[in-house]
Design a protein around this ligand. Structure first.
Ligand SMILES: Cc1cc2nc3c(=O)[nH]c(=O)nc-3n(C[C@H](O)[C@H](O)[C@H](O)COP(=O)(O)OP(=O)(O)OC[C@H]3O[C@@H](n4cnc5c(N)ncnc54)[C@H](O)[C@@H]3O)c2cc1C
Ligand SMILES: NC(=O)c1ccc[n+]([C@@H]2O[C@H](COP(=O)([O-])OP(=O)(O)OC[C@H]3O[C@@H](n4cnc5c(N)ncnc54)[C@H](OP(=O)(O)O)[C@@H]3O)[C@@H](O)[C@H]2O)c1
Length: 518
């Protein structure tokens, strides 16, 4: 690695973050000897630093798997724990010698643009990722007051959407946490406790959990388990929006993948860049799509007492699936509700009073502890280190980060974002994306013009907004195979990757289908 006279260390490729996405990027960009900066002392990201003791993978092992590194027991249908996932990631990093690229305890605190500002105005062309001169400078904090600057031609942001910055609700004056005499914490802080400390915190306490997604559901379950017996207190969940929850990946005896993860099932769904004929077919297929959604809903309503607890959503299942919001409920979740250990409240508004929380119908719940499982501010993480004018275009023009192929922001040169595209398996999206990035960096193909990329991302947003009212994430779950087809075609790979038409139509696509060029 070279240095300039200001002691800026110069290299070709920098990667920020060593979670799943950073590891995938480091492995795929290995020929360029990337430097990976990781703020903490370990790899694994959320699986290491944002998991409870009960956190498990929600995807199947065979979906959440690197294409060239199968899980040792990949057909085991149980969901691995967060610790098993960290072991798997460590084994992957060791096997492919990725760890030698990682600088631990190295937090990127500032990023500066030192390239040609006109790079994206160049006739609308998006420039080369490796132009032969530094484009970004990065300040890395390694001790309380030690900053080292680095310069890179190409920077890959893998800092994650979850963890680090919690989303905290805003309250009217005099109704916030300051008036409450008990304890308030975010699920992120709860995840930092070990099992013993977490149980101690919850045992015998009146707990309110805010939220009804995966963090909240798992937390309510841990709370119920810590409060068994007559001394135990109930845990109250504040459910603002009722979403469909799923007990496992079987529906009336059929595997779940048949409904959304095969080429045939995805053919029924709208996708960006489809022909007029396909658009017309999609309109004709509407009753069939609704039927699939109703079929799944009928099973979920039969399997779980959603109506009894007033938790039946008003929207179709399909809308939750298309927005990557589906949460797997722990096996005995409603068993604990039956025992009165989990109680549901469905206010549209709530706030604090000195003894607990109050709802818009003026009823109150007493509490010792309120846990906000209210999600994370992923975009703030990016904005906190990106300089202007790039910070201002992060969400331009649609309010959602416009990432071409889920990775390139058309208005931010020489930078890629990995880990922002969501689907059945975020690991698969990250890995295939990084294969595409490494070939783009080699100059094996070019991306469209800046306007062309903005048009494509705009089409994706339109399709997603038509498919689900909950479109807040870059979620491609109803057209993921088509998305991967486009990536393959750009890389010069065959898009249809199965050995015969039957498997092509009716078997699910997994990472292993994309192991090698075909
Ligand atoms: C509890 C939980 C469970 C999940 N379960 C699933 C699941 O079952 N299936 C699924 O597909 N997805 C799941 N997800 C989504 C999950 O986020 C992705 O699957 C994936 O692990 C994200 O990896 P990442 O590398 O993009 O981000 P992260 O795992 O967040 O890693 C980001 C890394 O960047 C580092 N970092 C951040 N800022 C800086 C900085 N300024 N400088 C240096 N380093 C920095 C962080 O320390 C971290 O190590 C889950 C998410 C959570 C929170
Ligand atoms: N594999 C696992 O076991 C696991 C575990 C935890 C998390 N995860 C993943 O991590 C990501 C983050 O999940 P998350 O559950 O932490 O966050 P999330 O998906 O963003 O959910 C936040 C929840 O808080 C609610 N909420 C936010 N503000 C509120 C307010 N003011 N009042 C009432 N409710 C409010 C939201 O309600 P609305 O719906 O009304 O907005 C939603 O129910 C997801 O991708 C998830 O799949 C996975």
């Amino acid at each position: 690695m070279a240095s300039d006279e200001r002691n800026v260390k110069i290299s070709k490729v920098g990667v920020i973050g060593a979670g799943v996405s950073g590891l995938a990027a480091a492995k795929q960009l290995a020929p360029h000897e990337p430097i990976v900066f990781e703020a903490t002392d370990s790899i694994g990201g959320v699986w290491k630093h944002c998991s409870y003791s009960s956190t498990k993978l929600q995807s199947l092992r065979c979906d959440y798997e690197f294409s060239d590194f199968p899980w040792p027991d990949r057909n085991n249908s149980s969901f691995p724990s967060h610790a098993e996932i960290v072991d798997y990631l460590e084994a992957y990093a060791k096997h492919f010698d990725v760890l030698r690229c990682v600088r631990f305890n190295s937090k990127v605190v500032e990023v500066r643009f030192i390239g040609d500002q006109k790079i994206t105005d160049n006739g609308g062309a998006y420039g080369s990722l490796l132009p032969g001169q530094s484009v970004w400078e990065v300040a890395v904090q390694t001790g309380s007051d030690t900053i080292q600057w680095y310069a890179f031609e190409f920077l890959v942001m893998c800092i994650g959407k979850y963890g680090d910055i919690p989303k905290i609700p805003v309250f009217p004056k005099g109704k916030g946490p300051d008036v409450f005499q008990g304890q308030v914490m975010h699920s992120m802080d709860y995840s930092k406790l070990d099992q013993e400390a977490a149980t101690q915190l919850l045992r015998g306490k009146k707990v309110v959990v805010v939220g009804y997604k995966k963090s909240a559901i798992d937390l309510a379950m841990e709370c119920a388990e810590a409060n068994q017996g007559p001394e135990g207190q109930p845990c109250t969940m504040i459910v603002r929006t009722r979403h469909w929850i799923v007990p496992h990946y079987w529906v009336w005896g059929l595997p779940f993948f048949l409904f959304y993860s095969t080429r045939f099932s995805q053919f029924l769904h709208e996708r960006p860049s489809q022909s007029l004929l396909k658009a017309l077919l999609c309109i004709l297929f509407t009753p069939l799509r609704r039927g699939v959604s109703k079929f799944i809903e009928s099973y979920l309503l039969w399997k779980m007492p959603l109506e009894k607890y007033g938790l039946k959503p008003e929207h179709p299942f399909e809308e939750d699936y298309a927005s990557c919001q589906m949460a797997i409920v722990p096996e005995n979740f409603f068993g604990e509700a039956e025992k009165g250990k989990i109680v549901f409240k469905r206010p549209s508004k709530w706030w604090f009073w000195e003894g607990g929380v109050e709802f818009d119908d003026k009823t109150r719940v007493e509490a010792d502890l309120v846990v906000l499982a209210t999600g994370f501010e992923g975009k703030q993480k990016i904005k906190s280190i990106l300089p202007e004018p790039f910070r201002s275009v992060v969400e331009f023009p649609s309010g959602i980060m416009p990432l071409y192929r889920g990775m390139i922001h058309p208005l931010i040169p020489n930078m890629a974002f990995v880990g922002y595209l969501e689907s059945v398996s975020n690991l698969h999206s990250a890995e295939l994306g990084c294969k595409w990035l490494s070939r783009l960096a080699e100059g094996e193909f070019k991306v469209p013009s800046v306007e062309g990329m903005l048009e494509q991302t705009g089409r994706e947003v339109e399709v997603s907004k038509r498919t689900t009212r909950f479109y807040r994430r870059h979620c491609i779950s109803t057209y993921s195979i088509n998305h991967d087809d486009d990536i393959c075609e750009e890389m010069g790979w065959r898009a249809w990757r199965k050995n015969n038409w039957f498997f092509e139509a009716f078997s699910p696509y997994t990472s292993q289908d994309y192991e090698k060029e075909k």
